[in-house]
Every structure is written in structure tokens, then in C-alpha cells.
Design a protein around this ligand. Structure first.
Ligand code: HEM
Length: 259
């Protein structure tokens, strides 16, 4: 193990996670109007619908797969799944989702680089994010044949142990990581770098994407269409009255005053 390995697998993860969390918080606090996915659909829809949907389906599957795969302790899934079976599952599911994501991401990258309208309105960070994600995805796909060479799941166990130790603030043995194939090492380091870039790019929209699950639990909104021509206070069947009756009476007497 070299000093570089020690830095990359013992110190760098904490640098990236600190920048990711504190940077996101500062950006949300200081610059909320920049907190968006920065859709370019109005400029050109071509390639976006397929590209974005395929990409997001693949990347969300991979994201959840990485989270569950790396952070479920072996003692938990070991009850019904051996490490070797888990490895085959990861390679198969990850391979399919990775291929879907690759097609979508390549379409998005092509569109951003070669569509003049999109290219001219892109920030450097929009291009950088797509390039980094593309390289990271290709590296992930390149590791698949490597993983099949040790189908007992041994490398997967080393990586999961490393990730769990980092998150639970326990000492890390970087020697074990330094011994595995370089493609895994670069994949881990670039993956950490994505967290580093996160607060400085449109990737902040991912926080909001997951936070949108809160919509399922919020109180419903009453929305009235003008086209239905429902006078104030006369609710559609099943709708509660949002306007006090006294206000309704006044509005019916003098509709102009309510405009
Ligand atoms: C959590 C759920 C997510 C939601 C709801 C979401 C939503 C969106 C939306 C609405 C756009 C704009 C698409 C357009 O131009 O109209 C977008 C773009 C983008 N998203 Fe997501 N996203 C999510 C997760 C992710 C994840 C996990 C990643 C990557 C790690 C990601 C990376 C991107 C990138 C790179 C773009 C820009 C694509 C381009 O225009 O070139 N998103 N996302």
C-alpha cells in the first residue's frame, strides 16, 4: 500500500462527504434560485425524452442497488443468500441497468455536445457532470467481467466492508483495497469525486427528487378550474369549503371586489 492509497481510501472519502453535505447546505441556504435540475426541454426535446428517461431509470436502479448492496451487512443477507449468489445477482441486475443507463447517458451527452442550442447554453459544470458520470458508468461496466473472475464474491465483501467502515467511522484497512484490480479502485475514487462535485452542479436536484416523496404525505390542495365556472363557496361534490361563508356571501354580492 502506498501513501496515495492511504489518502484515497482513508481520508478522501471524508473530504468528499463533508463537501457534499456542508456544500449542499450552504448552496441551499445562499442560492436557492440556482437549486434546480436546469431542464433544457424548452430548447430542444429531441433525444431528451428517451435519453433522460433511460438514464434516470438506470441510474436510480444502480444508485439503490449500490446502497443496498454495499450497506446491507453480510450477517443480514447471509441468512438467505450466499456471497457468491449475491455477486451473480449484482452482476446481472447491475449489468442490465448499467446498459440501459449507458444508452440514455450517451444520448444525453451526444445531445449536449453536438446540439448547438444546448451546447451554447450549457455551463461547464453541465458538461463536466455528464462526462464524469459517463466515465464512471463505463468503469463500472468494465468491472463486470472482473467480478465474474472471482465469482465467490470476495472482492465485493472487501468493498462492502470498506464502505461500511467509512460510514460508521471505524478504522479502514486500505491495504485490502490497494490489492484489488485497479478498475475497482478508480471506480471508487471517481464515485467519491461525484459527491465532491455535487454541490457545485445541477446534481443538487437529486436531493429534491428524493424529498419529493414527501408529496405523498402532505395535505391535499383544492384546485378549482376557471373552466368549470364554479362560483366561490359552491363546492364540487366531496370538496370542503376553503372560503368562510361570510366571504362567499360578500363575493356573490360584489364579485368585482374579490378580483
Ligand atoms: C431522485 C430522483 C431524480 C429526479 C426526480 C430527477 C429529475 C430530473 C429532471 C426533471 C431533469 C431535467 C431533465 C430535462 O432537461 O427536462 C434531470 C436532469 C438530470 N439529472 Fe436527474 N433526477 C433524479 C435523480 C438523478 C440522479 C440519481 C442523477 C445522477 C447521479 C441525475 C442526474 C441528472 C443529470 C446529469 C441531468 C441532466 C441531463 C441533461 O440535460 O443533460 N438525476 N433530472
Amino acid at each position: 500500500m502506498t501513501t496515495l492509497h492511504g489518502f484515497l481510501f482513508q481520508v478522501y472519502p471524508y473530504v468528499c462527504l463533508a463537501v457534499f453535505l456542508i456544500g449542499s447546505l450552504i448552496r441551499f441556504d445562499q442560492n436557492q434560485y440556482s437549486w434546480k435540475s436546469d431542464s433544457s426541454q424548452l430548447l430542444r426535446g429531441r433525444l431528451l425524452r428517451w435519453g433522460s428517461n433511460l438514464f434516470h431509470f438506470g441510474i436510480l436502479f444502480l444508485f439503490v442497488g449500490h446502497l443496498v448492496g454495499l450497506y446491507t451487512p453480510h450477517a443480514v443477507y447471509g441468512i438467505f443468500l450466499s456471497a457468491a449468489q449475491k455477486q451473480v445477482l449484482a452482476v446481472t441486475a447491475g449489468g442490465v441497468a448499467g446498459a440501459v443507463c449507458f444508452v440514455g447517458l450517451t444520448m444525453l451527452l451526444y445531445r449536449r455536445m453536438f446540439d448547438p442550442r444546448i451546447r451554447h447554453t450549457s455551463h461547464a459544470s453541465d458538461i463536466a457532470v455528464l462526462v464524469v458520470l459517463w466515465v464512471q458508468l463505463v468503469l463500472g461496466l468494465v468491472t463486470l467481467p472482473q467480478s465474474l473472475q472471482h465469482a465467490d464474491g470476495s472482492v465485493m465483501l472487501i468493498l462492502a466492508d470498506w464502505a461500511q467502515r467509512i460510514m460508521t467511522l471505524r478504522p479502514v484497512d486500505a491495504t485490502a483495497i490497494a490489492a484489488i484490480h485497479w478498475t475497482f479502485q478508480v471506480h471508487v475514487v471517481l464515485g467519491l469525486t461525484i459527491f465532491l462535485l455535487f454541490p457545485f452542479s445541477r446534481l443538487v436536484h437529486i436531493w429534491s427528487g428524493f424529498a419529493a416523496a414527501g408529496f405523498l404525505f402532505r395535505p391535499y390542495q383544492v384546485v378549482r378550474s376557471r373552466r368549470l365556472d364554479v362560483p366561490p363557496g359552491h363546492n364540487l361534490p366531496g370538496q370542503p369549503s376553503a372560503v368562510p361563508p361570510a366571504d362567499v356571501a360578500r363575493a356573490l354580492d360584489n364579485p368585482q371586489a374579490m378580483r
